[in-house]
Design a protein around this ligand. Structure first.
Ligand SMILES: Nc1ncnc2c1ncn2[C@@H]1O[C@H](COP(=O)(O)OP(=O)(O)OP(=O)(O)O)[C@@H](O)[C@H]1O
Ligand SMILES: [Mg+2]
Length: 508
């Protein structure tokens, strides 16, 4: 790039220069986004920062570029097992993506990066960080393990970033994050970024930030202006058909469908497949390979429909997602902002449709309060009857005994519940593994919120919203996610939490 080009590049005016400016320009970044304009100079001047800007508005480069610029100036001498900068992210996929972005922005600048995250072998991670790296991008659980085992030394880390900061500071992560922050260099510079920052979480930032600059491009919770949002009223039993009818429209070219639970995501995926659609699914009970494969397929366009839990709600940048469909509303109102923010990124158009059962009305109101706008209802199916359930295809639990009366037109009991065919009796705790508290030790990758330690859905006391507090054996018909068996209109979040008094920082 010649001198004139460099002057034309707005990033030069922000203090980015040399190879970094070249690579940034080559990546297509010529005009800084508002968050970049405001956050980059402050960080270059050494200030801590709390950055709030809408989804898809360029927060990654806003924290990556100033650190890159300072690190490049330091030269390549690094101490073994150390990292100069540490970026923490709530999910493995987001960590992978941040590393990719850093590599693109730093192309040709001899910057070393390493990833530390769960679900994959430690060996290669430990090996990679052995000589010391410039950037370590990590999820907190695995990083804690490697720090404890002295495979990673954080005392030389002078830059710390929490991407999706409000998520990193909520109950599921805060303890690990505090410990990690304490292990870094005392004179570190810290940056916190997110599109949402509830007031009670912002208080927690005080313990991490020193005299921070607060950059707020739009008030927290603001959704990207490009996203056209709407609501479709449909009872839970109608949602499958409503979704399939919707997806028949080819204009929905790249769709992410969010479900509240892992079990729910699996069920939506199966139903879509039965209705003739091809869909990939991503949630916390899948292997890391399967998770990354599903996301990669969606990214490269070979997968048109991705069904996901909130594990894919934050930070994931797949340009060209045309639609986000919320099959149900998330437990945490902020998640709505992040979910729909997978579309309408970087100035592109996007459409977000939320299917709302009457029992979800209070959640909808909470969402509307956070985004400070009322969502228009574009369709109302409530007056229509529930669709007749098709029999399951051959081979899929179609093994009722031949003499079972239930198959002779007596599908339902008088009270409307399905007849018990004898196979469903006393199925204790058939709930999917990871939906239970303390189900397994985990790496701290917490995309999903249906675990202990989660922050309460706004306005409810925290003890009142745990579906998972009961011991497994207490639920004789545990084949459905807790809460889903309740009659319509009944109040959720009533069960007192019993086991989850402590944040289950490592469950996911
Ligand atoms: N200055 C720029 N010029 C052109 N494209 C940019 C610029 N800054 C960022 N982008 C692109 O915009 C997209 C969104 O950026 P990014 O993922 O950093 O958003 P974000 O604010 O972190 O969103 P989220 O809140 O969802 O994490 C990316 O594809 C990125 O490459
Ligand atoms: Mg981001």
């Amino acid at each position: 790039m010649n001198e004139i080009d460099a002057e034309l590049n707005g990033f030069a005016k922000l203090g980015i220069s040399g190879q970094l400016l070249k690579a940034t320009t080559a990546a297509g970044f010529t005009d800084p986004k508002p968050i970049q304009e405001q956050a980059i100079p402050a960080q270059l001047a050494g200030r801590d920062i709390l950055g709030i800007a809408q989804t898809g508005s360029g927060k990654t480069a806003a924290f990556a570029l100033p650190i890159l610029s300072r690190i490049i100036a330091l030269g390549t001498k690094r101490r073994p097992k150390t990292a100069r900068a540490l970026i923490l992210a709530p999910t493995r996929e987001l960590a992978v993506q941040i590393e990719e972005t850093i590599k693109v922005l730093a192309k040709g600048a001899h910057i070393s990066t390493a990833l530390v995250l769960g679900g994959v072998s430690r060996f290669s991670q430990v090996k990679k960080i052995g000589p010391g790296v410039d950037f370590l991008i990590a999820t907190p659980g695995r990083l804690m393990d490697l720090v404890r085992e002295k495979d990673v030394i954080l005392s030389e880390t002078t830059w710390l970033v929490l991407d999706e900061a409000d998520r990193m500071l909520d109950m599921g992560f805060i303890n690990d994050v505090k410990r990690i922050a304490k292990a870094t260099h005392p004179a570190r510079q810290t940056a916190l970024f997110s599109a949402t920052m509830p007031a009670e979480i912002e208080q927690l930032t005080q313990s991490l930030l020193r005299d921070p600059v607060r950059v707020e491009v739009a008030p927290q919770g603001t959704t990207a202006a490009e996203i056209v949002q709407s609501v479709v009223l449909a009872r839970t039993k109608q949602k499958r058909k409503v979704l399939s009818d919707m997806l028949a429209d080819e204009a929905m070219s790249s769709v992410i469908v969010f479900a509240r639970t892992k079990h729910g995501a699996d069920r939506v995926t199966k139903d879509l497949e039965r209705d003739g659609f091809e869909a990939a699914v991503i949630h916390g009970n899948k292997s890391q390979n399967a998770r990354q494969k599903a996301l990669n397929g969606f990214r490269d366009g070979s997968v048109r429909i991705l069904v996901a839990t909130d594990i894919a709600a934050r930070g994931i940048d797949v340009p060209g997602i045309s639609h986000v469909v919320n099959f149900d509303l998330p437990d945490e109102a902020e998640s709505y902002v992040h979910r729909i923010g997978r579309t309408g990124r970087n100035g592109r158009d996007g459409i977000a449709i939320t299917l709302v059962d009457p029992s979800e009305n209070s959640k909808l109101r909470q969402v509307e309060r956070i985004i400070r706008m009322k969502l228009p209802v574009i369709a109302d199916h409530l007056g229509q009857p529930d669709p007749v359930r098709e029999p399951r295809p051959q081979g899929e639990r179609n093994f009722a005994p031949a003499n079972d009366g239930a198959r002779e037109g007596k599908e339902q009991r008088r009270d409307g519940r399905p007849r018990n065919d004898g196979f469903g009796k006393k199925r204790f705790g058939a709930k999917p593994h990871g939906d239970r508290p303390f189900a397994k030790k985990h790496d701290g990758d917490q995309g999903e919120r249906n675990h202990g330690g989660e922050r309460p859905f706004k306005g409810k006391p925290s003890g009142e919203r745990h579906f998972h507090g009961k011991p497994k054996g207490d639920r004789p018909f545990g084949d459905k996610p807790h809460g889903e068996r309740k009659p319509e209109g009944s109040k959720p979040f009533r069960n007192k939490r019993r086991f989850n008094r402590k944040p289950a920082a490592r469950a996911a």
